[in-house]
Design a protein around this ligand. Structure first.
Ligand code: PLP
Length: 420
């Protein structure tokens, strides 16, 4: 039997929450609240789990920058051999700043601008994941102007239901992403019309937080049949990019492990002789981060008890955006033996969507104490904003007994820096 426990280095010792070898209360005392805390060990452990699971075919694992784009996080995975999956000129800038070799960078997005395409070609990235015919024509035009030959993977939309939230479903024909099989075939069969493009790859990414392997298997079956069809037409696929999307445990999910994912995928690739690429984001960094927040007020109304904290939806938007669940616990569990109480944990922002938990059973809490919001490593800080004039929190990376500030807290001048 599988034991599904959250694998991370945030653990209680003597009722105090630690990240690796450091008590989180000490980090709050040093860096204030709200505060993002990441575990280096958890981050690298998840990267290595995938690397080992797919070890026999030595894939290129391109960590998805959008999940968490702090340069220290990017550097940590790049140093372990990861490539990066980017979606904008800004993310290309991050990737290069993190010293990612350009031949380990892949670039998706339905709306790449001419400027972004030109920069990526000049930097010699590994390939573009192309999402439409007009985009392909645009890349051809720019490559010709620059007198370059550019690698292309066609992002196929395999029309698969990934059984996840509709906002993070990307592989159905009603979604804006990718190219349908018929249009892709026209492109492959008429590839001589694009003399500056080496159309040598296929890309899919069917969605995010997918906990079941079946949608991946379904999509990959379609793709491996398609690769056979191309082979019969003398078209060889050098790169197969199967995207990201692996789900993680936020609450009681039972997602596939890296090993079981690889076991379900690898048999479908036995006839594929090119390079496999993966683009995981959430799987690598999701459970490697928490958001720490202070209880400002406890407000009781005739119907509810609100725990009002100093973090808001601007810091972590997932509950507001997707109704996402995040585990929440006090940093200090001492004297928390009494009965649980049903509460809403909410932020200070002027929106009723500004919550972290609704009708959640938590121990008796007091004003001034701190809570940890778990599973905040992916799509946490990277989706944060200054809404309501709120300063973005700092980020701290812990490795063993060493904590490094990897982003300082914003100040009021940061709020107006770009204004003229
Ligand atoms: N690749 C592409 C093209 C994506 O759009 C995304 C997420 O949106 C990812 C990879 C990473 O997905 P995840 O974080 O679910 O692994």
């Amino acid at each position: 039997m599988f034991l599904f426990i959250i694998m991370h280095d945030f653990k209680y010792k003597d009722n105090q929450l630690y990240c690796e070898g450091i008590k989180i209360q000490d980090l709050v005392n040093r860096f204030g609240s709200p505060l993002y805390v990441y575990s280096y060990n958890t981050l690298i452990d998840h990267f290595l789990k995938l690397k080992i699971a797919f070890g026999e075919i030595e894939p290129l694992i391109c960590y998805s920058v959008k999940a968490n784009s702090n340069l220290a996080i990017l550097k940590a995975v790049v140093d372990k051999g990861a490539g990066l999956d980017i979606v904008s000129g800004g993310e290309l800038f991050y990737a290069l700043k993190a010293n990612c070799p350009p031949d380990r960078i892949v670039y998706a997005s339905v709306g790449k601008t001419e400027k972004e395409i030109e920069e990526a070609i000049k930097r010699k990235i590994l390939f573009f994941n192309v999402e439409s015919l007009p985009e392909l024509q645009s890349i051809q035009r720019i490559a010709k102007k620059l007198k370059k030959i550019v690698n292309i993977a066609i992002r196929i939309n395999p029309d698969i239901e990934p059984m996840t939230h509709k906002y993070i479903t990307t592989g159905k024909l009603t979604n804006k992403f990718g190219i349908d099989f018929d249009t892709a075939s026209k492109i492959f069969l008429q590839r001589s019309k694009f003399p500056n493009l080496n159309i040598c790859g296929i890309h899919i990414h069917i969605g995010s937080q997918i906990i079941d392997s079946r949608p991946f298997v379904c999509a990959l079956k379609k793709i491996s049949n398609y690769i056979e069809f191309l082979k019969k037409n003398n078209i060889r696929i050098e790169y197969l990019n199967i995207g990201g999307g692996l789900g993680i445990i936020y609450n009681k999910e039972k997602p596939q492990t890296a090993k079981s994912f690889a076991l379900s995928i690898l048999p479908l690739l036995k006839n594929f002789d090119g390079k496999l690429i993966l683009e995981p984001g959430r799987f690598i960094v999701g459970n490697a981060g928490i958001l720490v927040t202070k209880i400002l007020y406890i407000k009781t109304t005739p119907l509810k008890k609100f725990i009002i904290v100093d973090a808001g939806m601007n810091d972590l938007i997932r509950p507001a955006l997707y109704g996402a669940y995040h585990q929440i616990s006090p940093l200090n569990k001492k004297n928390k033996k009494g009965p649980l109480q049903k509460v809403d944990v909410v932020g200070p922002i002027c929106e009723s969507a500004d919550f972290f938990a609704k009708d959640r059973l938590l121990p008796q809490l007091e004003e001034g104490e701190y809570l940890a919001i778990f599973g905040a490593g992916a799509y946490g800080f990277s989706m944060s904003s200054n809404y309501n004039g709120r300063l973005k929190p700092p980020e701290v990376l812990v490795k063993g007994k060493v904590a490094k500030l990897i982003r300082r807290r914003q100040n009021y001048f940061d709020l107006i820096r770009e204004q003229i």
